[in-house]
Write a protein that binds this ligand. Sequence first.
Ligand code: BEZ
Length: 214
Amino acid sequence: MDGKDTIPTPCAGLRIGDVAPNFSARSTMGQVELASYRDRWVILFSHPADFTPVCTTEFVALAQEAAAFEERNCALIGLSVDSLFSHFAWLRAIRDKFGVEVRFPLVEDPTMAIGHAYGMLAPGDSDSATVRTSYFIDPHGIVRATTCYPANVGRSIPEMLRTLDALQAVDREDRLAPANWQKGEPLLRPATTSLDDVYDAEAAGGWFLREADR
Ligand code: BEZ
């Protein structure tokens, strides 16, 4: 590799803590403006293309769990570079084949304006398809978590719900969610910054890893 080479950085784009760029675009549920979702959580997610195998399984699985996202005050917004009419045809095919109706908006992004703003396109890719990015956006419009999967691996919908549950729980209780945490399980207290707490702790590890009282 000489000095001119660069390592491709797919999904280099928005970071945790950034303001999610507003957009207004056509979708299968009418015009969508991100700013109108303030006071709700939003998961904005891209997929490479309509009428492809893995994407189809993701849409079926998300549509089947749509009520679980609604219960958590979270709107789902899908996006790809395909046209609105391609989206319509694909959702109709999904309903006919799998018996599920996708009732959350699927946005068209033919100019890739949104994809570029969010870093959903892999830089250097000759193909314009978005990769599988997901942006968890809080009710203030701030990006709180992102994920990026390649075209050939589908996302886990239970993990999307778990991430959402964890983000909501840590906000509500000012606590930390440990590895493999599931809704209803104990959260952790932030690490102490007091030396007295360190010396006063009953067990050696008790000062840096402490469950929160329920
Ligand atoms: C898929 O969803 O199956 C897919 C999409 C783009 C490239 C490869 C696979």
